[in-house]
Write a protein that binds this ligand. Structure first.
Ligand SMILES: [Zn+2]
Length: 196
């Protein structure tokens, strides 16, 4: 895989969307050229006053809505992954799933980075749900994630993106259409406005 090129496009001071204090928040826009994929625009908003941070990515070259599947193994841990805000990320064998929501972020990472993010999410959940059953389940999930990171087991990474903004950049990826009934159930991160 060739070299990735990152170009900073602009940085500007903005009013923080959370604490609304002026002069502390910046928005940094970067263009990342990912070999065998194309250009991705990454925007990161950061506030030094309240600590708010949010990032998102937009693929500049259009993809169709698609389901991407890749076998996670020692060989694929470094495979590039583009996860947009609208994507659902699942590893069915170990029962973990991240769905888009108002707080979900878009990012460019690799398979290992996805696993590390899941690890963080499970640890956070462990602090929220203290009952024994939840703790045992979470502990088992953490062990499974650890084994995946160490290349000691395999599983499937699935990314469903109804807007075609995500990708797993590998020759081994299996790309398929999202079945209609699944497409309707996918969360998009946008609130629903019902027609009256
Ligand atoms: Zn703020």
């Amino acid at each position: 895989m060739g070299e990735e090129e990152t170009t900073e496009i602009n940085e500007m001071a903005i009013k923080c969307p959370v604490c609304a204090v002026e002069g502390f928040a910046t928005s940094i826009m970067k263009e990342i050229e990912i070999p065998h994929f194309g250009k991705v625009l990454e925007t990161t908003i950061q506030c030094k006053k309240c600590g708010f941070k949010h990032s998102d990515v937009i693929a500049l070259e259009h993809n169709d809505p698609a389901k991407y599947s890749l076998k996670i193994s020692e060989e694929t841990l470094s495979v590039r992954v583009v996860r947009s805000q609208s994507a659902t990320v699942t590893i069915p064998e170990i029962g973990v799933k991240v769905e888009p929501g108002p707080k979900s972020e878009g990012y460019v990472t690799n398979v290992e980075g996805i696993l590390t993010r899941f690890e963080g999410a499970v640890k956070k959940a462990m602090q929220l749900f203290q009952d024994e059953q939840s703790q045992t389940n979470a502990q088992n999930t953490l062990e499974a994630i650890e084994e995946l990171i160490n290349g000691e087991r395999t599983a499937t990474l699935i990314i469903d993106d109804p807007f075609g903004q995500s990708n797993i950049v590998s020759d081994d990826v299996v790309i398929s259409e999202i079945p209609e009934e699944e497409l309707q159930q996918l969360k998009t991160g946008f609130s629903h406005i019902e027609d009256k």
